[in-house]
Ligand binder design. Structure first.
Ligand code: PDD
Length: 281
């Protein structure tokens, strides 16, 4: 792969970052994942706007203009000949001379920016969509600013491992009796034709796919209710699904061992996936 590090394109094996980088020592960094379909970026603008917000919330300077960032995304797609896949972008607060909790002076320590592509042929035609995924519920033990897309992904990784150990595919995180979101996706249920998903706050990531899917749903005259729901309510729902840049719309067919309906993917999730793929590519 050809990757991008601090202004230069290079083979992945040559891309090296300091051991003092605050991303490495303190998870002091933000990221974005943008999908690529037919060699084209999906909703770059949405990801760029969220990235700027994440940086601002953490008082981190942007090392690149959004126009240049778009250029880097496109160039990596071209250099790596990506038809379907993802582009990963990470910006950290850079590498000071030593480990220190205090933020370094941005005039002295430039941030570190890394981008690489992930080639995923068949991303849109993912066969898992036909059978759906199983989720388990686990307590949401992440920090309180989940609206910022930081690289603190240890708990979400642990959640995926817990799901795997339980014979499931992913985990839904629960706080105060209500589902916040999935480990790396937003969570939805469908009841009586109504699409229900948690309202935006600092408790969840403001998904770019979520925003597009809800807009398309409303345009298709579907009813959307933004509110939180419990695992019990979800288990009694007609269907459920998740959204993210890497899964688009993915049906959920089982929650904590309880099958939803007949245990097969539902029509609303299928329709939304179809509309999303049609409208955004
Ligand atoms: N995850 N919630 C969380 C906690 C996420 O990590 C993500 C994205 C989402 C969905 O956001 P979007 O629709 O903008 O991708 C919701 C990415 C894909 C990842 O970590 O790989």
């Amino acid at each position: 792969r050809t990757v991008y590090l601090n202004g230069e394109y290079m083979p992945e094996g040559e891309a090296k970052v300091s051991i003092f980088d605050r991303g490495f020592l303190m998870a002091d960094g933000v990221y974005e994942v943008t999908s690529v379909l037919d060699g084209k970026l999906i909703d770059f603008e949405g990801h760029a706007v969220r990235l700027e917000r994440s940086l601002k919330e953490l008082d981190m300077a942007s090392p690149i203009s959004m126009d240049d960032l778009l250029e880097v995304h496109r160039e990596l797609v071209r250099l790596n000949d990506i038809n379907e896949g993802m582009i990963y972008l990470q910006i950290t607060r850079g590498a000071p001379d030593d480990r220190d909790f205090v933020f370094p002076d941005p005039a002295k320590v430039p941030s570190t920016i890394v981008l690489f592509t992930q080639n995923k042929p068949g991303l849109a035609d993912n066969p898992v969509v036909k059978k759906g995924i199983k989720v388990i519920s686990i307590p949401d033990e992440r920090w309180g600013r989940r609206d910022i897309k930081t690289v603190q992904l240890l708990y979400p990784s642990m959640g995926k491992m817990m799901a795997k150990a339980a014979g499931a595919d992913d985990a839904w995180l629960v706080e105060d009796g209500k589902v916040t979101e999935g480990t790396s996706n937003n969570a939805y249920i469908v009841k009586g034709g109504k699409i229900i998903t948690r309202e935006l706050s600092n408790d969840i990531l403001h998904g770019i796919t979520r925003k597009a899917v809800l807009r398309f749903a409303k345009e298709a005259q579907m009813v959307v209710e933004e509110r939180s729901f419990s695992i019990e309510e979800a288990q009694g729902a007609d269907e459920a699904f998740i959204t993210s840049a890497s899964t688009f719309v993915m049906p959920v067919v089982e929650i904590d061992g309880a099958k939803l309906g007949d245990g097969t993917p539902g029509p609303v999730a299928a329709r939304l996936r179809e509309i999303y793929l049609e409208e955004s590519r």
